[in-house]
Ligand binder design. Structure first.
Ligand SMILES: Cc1ncc(COP(=O)(O)O)c(C=O)c1O
Length: 404
């Protein structure tokens, strides 16, 4: 039997309810309710409570570091980390990242210097990072994109040779282990600290939240003070600080999520493989598939739509899927350097980042994660196949509705 017509061509949408990228994972409700009761019984809602402590221990163990410092979100965590490290001047960052990486620097009066990514990994290109280092450079910032590590060994070596720290925005990479070092280990190669996000769209969440991972005890202490108004101890304020604390409900939510993390990762891996296999023979589309780290979380299914070989453009395919209630997304498009406040800077400032722009123009992230079932993948893949097969009709319909 032929498949039903595409929604864009007059058929019914594949799904009655939208399928999103990054639908939140909801841990088992009875366990959440039990944690909630414990919090309410204890009448301890925030300020370094026992759930935040437990979450920090679990995160530290899971990532193989000595310290995890929970925060209200990853953006503020990045800011406080930059501040705690005393960075001044420029930081080198990839432009293909969530805008928060760059904005966090600006809030801390640092200048982001955008550099290229490697088209294979989508992570910062170590050679480009090395070439961008100058006397103004305060730190290298790698981003562990798509739940996988960037090239920490090479970046750490480059940072080490330049006498600057390597810091990682690991917001998307909860569960992914990388080598961390303390500032007392100048010859070691690794990151001084990394920042994970526990935002609702991440592999496991605390609704809003984040954490800084490090092996540096003094840095962890400093970060604890910074997140709590500069308090050291019961009522002594020793420095400037802010309120970046995580509350107990959020911590409990994340703890229950972490208990399920291994199963979620297994599910994510299966979903991604299913997509990959079912779309393997289609022209002009492929899956982003760098050599995977054993601890990658596989939270994102990243389809690459080749502008020359694919019969539809990335955006045409996206709109066709939207009509099916499949809310596939562009990511980081068109690159941070082309977003404000960076895009309107003078031409002499604008970086030349062709690899970044090509990747940003090709990426289409498909619904994946715990809310997407294998049956969903079959249906979504079938609609992608149909869309490419019927590309002439699809394009015509899109053009007609755009001019209407
Ligand atoms: C790469 C990257 N950096 C930073 C952030 C910011 O995280 P948060 O939403 O927890 O502030 C995100 C999350 O959306 C991200 O993907």
């Amino acid at each position: 039997m032929p498949p039903p017509p595409l929604a864009i061509l007059g058929g019914n949408p594949a799904f009655a309810e939208p399928r999103h990228v990054g639908t939140p994972f909801i841990p088992p409700r009875e366990l959440l309710h039990a944690s909630l009761d414990d919090i309410l019984d204890a009448r301890w809602l925030t300020n370094n409570g026992s759930f935040v402590h437990k979450l920090e221990q679990l995160l530290a163990t899971r990532h193989g570091v000595s310290y995890a410092v929970a925060m209200c979100n990853a953006t503020i965590a990045l800011q406080l980390l930059f501040r705690a490290l005393g960075l001044k001047g420029e930081i080198i960052v990839p432009s293909f990242t969530f805008i928060a990486t760059a904005h966090a620097a600006i809030w801390e009066k640092l200048e982001p210097r955008f550099v290229e990514i490697s088209p294979e990994t989508h992570c910062i290109d170590p050679a480009a990072a090395a070439a961008a280092i100058s006397t103004k450079t305060a730190a290298l910032v790698g981003v562990n994109l798509w739940g996988q590590p960037c090239d920490v060994a090479r970046l750490g070596q480059i940072a080490n040779d330049a006498g600057i720290p390597l810091v990682l925005d690991a917001a998307q990479a909860l569960g992914c282990q990388i080598k961390h070092l303390s500032r007392e280990q100048p010859t070691a190669v690794g990151a001084v600290a990394s920042v994970i996000s526990l935002h609702a769209t991440k592999v496991v969440s605390s609704l809003e939240g984040g954490a800084i991972l490090t092996n540096d005890e003094a840095l962890a202490e400093e970060l604890r003070r910074l997140r709590n108004f500069g308090f050291a101890g019961y009522d002594t304020v020793v420095s400037l600080g802010t309120n970046a604390k995580l509350n107990e409900f959020s911590a409990a939510f994340a703890i229950r999520g972490l208990e399920c993390l291994d199963n979620i990762i297994q599910h994510n891996r299966n979903i991604r493989l299913m997509y990959q296999e079912s779309l393997a023979d289609l022209p002009g589309v492929s899956f982003h598939d760098p050599p995977t780290s054993p601890t990658a979380n596989h939270h994102y299914a990243v389809l690459m739509v080749d502008p020359t070989d694919c019969p539809l453009t990335r955006d045409e395919l996206m709109l066709t899927l939207w009509a099916e209630n499949v809310l596939a997304r562009r990511y980081f498009y068109p690159g941070c350097h082309r977003m404000e406040p960076y895009a309107s800077r003078p031409a002499s400032w604008q970086p030349h980042l062709p690899a970044t722009e090509a990747v940003a123009a090709s990426v289409l992230v498909l619904p994946a994660s715990s809310a997407v079932s294998p049956q969903d993948v079959v249906l979504i893949s079938q609609r992608i196949r149909q869309a490419l097969q019927q590309h002439g009709d699809v394009r015509e319909r899109l053009q007609t509705s755009a001019s209407a």
